[in-house]
Design a binder for this molecule. Structure first.
Ligand SMILES: [Zn+2]
Length: 170
């Protein structure tokens, strides 16, 4: 299966309303003490609150069956995160960005151009197809289990786990 939607509380963070199936709600990532925290909001609460300090946000719809259109929406969420993490130096964020790059390469959003080493670090040079520009990704020293653990962590935040192939992560 391409997507594993994680079970979450699916309730509004502010008014605690439970989202029914087919309802559109908003999820936002907040950077709190250097850790990402996801909060879900109903549309009414989202419109009323100040959204300036969210790191990234996206719309979600609880559907009975996974729909194609939702898959593309998730690619955009992962791509947005990948971009926003570009200049982050914190190790867990470097790990996030690397794992997101594996997923986005698989989805052909990114193309691997080359790799190079500098100061003992290995970098991937990637072409962002839709923006027609290149970016670099620091490749952390992660084994297969660690890559899967990071993937799991991203999945819990976004409520949808990116499917990657850690065996091809070279
Ligand atoms: Zn609400």
């Amino acid at each position: 299966m391409e997507w594993s939607i994680n079970k979450g509380s699916h309730a509004c963070f502010l008014c605690e309303k439970i989202f029914p199936e087919e309802e559109v709600y908003l999820s936002a990532l907040y950077d709190e003490n250097n850790e990402f925290l996801r909060k879900d909001f109903c549309v009414e609460c989202w419109d009323k609150k100040d959204n300036e300090n969210s790191f990234s946000y996206w719309k979600t719809k609880i559907s009975k069956k996974p729909e194609k259109v939702e898959k593309y929406a998730k690619i955009d969420v992962f791509y947005d995160l990948f971009n926003k993490l570009e200049n982050e130096k914190d190790l867990s964020r470097v790990n996030f960005r690397y794992v997101l790059s594996l997923y986005l390469m698989r989805k052909k959003v990114l193309k691997l151009i080359s790799t190079h080493k500098s100061n003992e670090n290995e970098y991937l040079v990637l072409h962002i197809v839709k923006e027609d520009r290149d970016t670099e990704v620091l490749k952390p020293q992660l084994n297969k289990e660690e890559v899967l653990a990071v993937t799991d962590e991203i999945g819990k935040l976004v409520n949808c786990t990116p499917q990657i192939s850690p065996d091809n992560a070279s």
